[in-house]
Design a protein around this ligand. Sequence first.
Ligand code: GLN
Length: 213
Amino acid sequence: MIAGKVTHVPQRPVVGVLALQGDVREHALLVERAGAWVLPVRRASELAEVDGLVLPGGESTTMSRLLVSFDLLEPLRQRIRDGLPVFGSCAGMVLLARQVLDGRPDQQQLDALDVVVRRNAFGRQVDSFETELEVQGVEGNVHAVFIRAPWVEKVGDGVQVLATVVDDPLSEAATDRIVAVRQGRVFATAFHPELTGDERIHRLFVRTVSEVA
Ligand code: GLN
């Protein structure tokens, strides 16, 4: 370093993990590995502290209920409207969507992504599976774990498709299904990067959080 020259030291952002239910610890580990401080979020005062938020895999209907009972639903909607970067995996993707098909009638949506998702979309035989995926923005394949996963059935204009998977490889009617998307600062995957210990997708997200913070 040249003496006297001002160098830019990037701040380590604070990334929250919604800690009401689901794969909280697994996400927290990868958030740290991706270079951010991690803060479990259970109350509005904690939500106010974070530069970005991860919504873990788990069960979207349960998380939706807990968001209401922990008085987090409206504060979270507001922070997202104000531009908070968010990343949801699986149940997190369901929560972020504008609309959910095959959800429960009382299930709340965060309406952060202009997509329609179908909950538990892959059907019985393949309701859980693992496969190698190409994900835009990540070099090399990603080992993707799907557990009663949703898929994205419809995307709005501003939504970038990051990954697709064939829904039923043995069938003649096999179709490519959208399983990872991005809309500006909002990321979602139908699979669980938190379960494989591969932090590359978290790195993509943390990079966005750092740019905004
Ligand atoms: N099927 C669950 C839901 O609707 C998601 C499953 C998961 O996150 N592994 O929320």
